[in-house]
Ligand binder design. Structure first.
Ligand code: BDR
Ligand code: CA
Length: 356
């Protein structure tokens, strides 16, 4: 009888051990398998660099590019994205057209910052891959349901498509792994004193995305404007350059000239940092903060306003006035990138595209 008990205990112990080993193996496999990402983009110079970085990074599995109006109109953005996929030999990648206009108000595009074709005059192959017939936000919804808890969204344009996806199907929110977006700033804007372009271009959409309740990393101007490419980086990129590196170098040279012309010490490649942060979050220092999007205001529409102390004053009406009687805690909703190892990131970026 005691023998039988011992054998039973041993069998259970072996079964538990096997299950634990299997679980650990699955976790390791998961940790090693590439991360599924959807890049929502308005290509756009730095968007093009971000897409090429993602497509040349084995840590990522780009499931789709969804196109939004921003740097350029949505049709030009789609055309550019399709040409980039030809350049990268990736006609298998779904590229779907998305929103043509912001949720509210008029579209702003940026020919000054992106050149006439949206790519700083850099040339892409004349032929195009075929666009996916689905609407961008629907592609996002479908992929998030297909791979629950696995998909990281990388919005690098105005957040219209992401907001439309959430409005149409809020059940995607808890199923998204993370949102790592290029947009916003907690230290002043680039379109004016307050607002960063992607948020300013559709503040209502950004407001929806920032308040959806999913984990967000905000890769904003606070880090992208201190990560400036130099001609020496481009010279590295041009060593043994294939078609992708040649194109990236042409775009980067345009960025450098443009930014130096407006007072910067090199070229900002904003969107590539959001992709880099998904590949290796250690490039960034982040701080968990409450961030609100200004959707009104005379000077500050589109500003992302961070609460440094994590509290707001509690005021109550007393007679004909208000009185502060304490503070109320506010919950952080965003991991804000506050610093970056810019040199490491730029080296990494160059290495990933070198000889491609
Ligand atoms: C952002 O706006 C666009 O100009 C860039 O592509 C980037 O996404 C920077 O403010
Ligand atoms: Ca962009």
């Amino acid at each position: 009888m005691r023998n039988a008990q011992t054998i039973a205990i041993r069998i259970i112990a072996i079964a538990l051990l096997t299950a634990a080993i299997h679980c650990a193996a699955t976790q390791t496999a998961k940790a090693q398998s590439p991360q599924r990402v959807i890049i929502d983009t308005d290509p756009g110079t730095d968007d093009a660099l971000a897409i090429l970085l993602a497509l040349n990074s084995p840590e990522l599995k780009v499931e789709a590019l969804t196109i939004v109006a921003g740097n350029v109109t949505a049709p030009i953005g789609l055309d550019n994205a399709l040409a980039i996929t030809v350049l990268a030999n990736r006609c298998d990648l779904p590229v779907a057209q998305g929103a043509q206009l912001p949720i509210h108000g008029k579209l702003t595009i940026e020919p000054f910052w992106n050149g006439p074709n949206g790519l700083g005059g850099a040339q892409l192959p004349a032929n195009r891959c075929n666009a996916d017939p689905r609407f961008g936000p629907d592609v996002i919804i479908e992929l998030v349901h297909k791979y629950p808890h696995e998909v990281t969204l990388i919005p690098i344009g105005p957040e219209t498509n992401i907001a439309l996806a959430v409005l149409k199907d809020p059940t995607i929110v808890p199923l998204v792994k993370r949102v790592v977006l290029m947009g916003g700033s907690i230290s002043g804007g680039n379109v004016n004193g307050a607002a960063e372009f992607n948020v300013m271009a559709d503040p209502e959409a950004a407001n929806i995305v920032f308040n959806a309740g999913w984990p967000i990393t905000m890769v904003g101007l606070d880090v992208t404007e201190i990560t400036l490419m130099q001609n020496s980086d481009v010279a590295e990129l041009e060593k043994n350059a294939g078609p992708e590196a040649k194109f990236a170098a042409a775009v980067a040279r345009f960025q450098i000239g443009l930014y130096q012309g407006t007072g910067f010490g090199g070229g900002a490649i904003h969107d590539a940092l959001a992709v880099g942060a998904v590949i290796d979050p250690t490039f960034l220092t982040t701080k968990s903060l409450r961030v609100d999007v200004e959707t009104e205001g005379r000077f500050a529409r589109g500003e992302t306003i961070a609460n440094r102390n994590g509290t707001i004053d509690k005021t109550i009406p007393v007679g004909d006035h208000f009185e502060t009687v304490g503070v109320i805690e506010v919950k952080p909703n965003v991991d804000v990138a506050t610093n970056i190892d810019a040199k490491s990131f730029l080296n990494f970026f160059v290495k990933r595209l070198q000889s491609k």
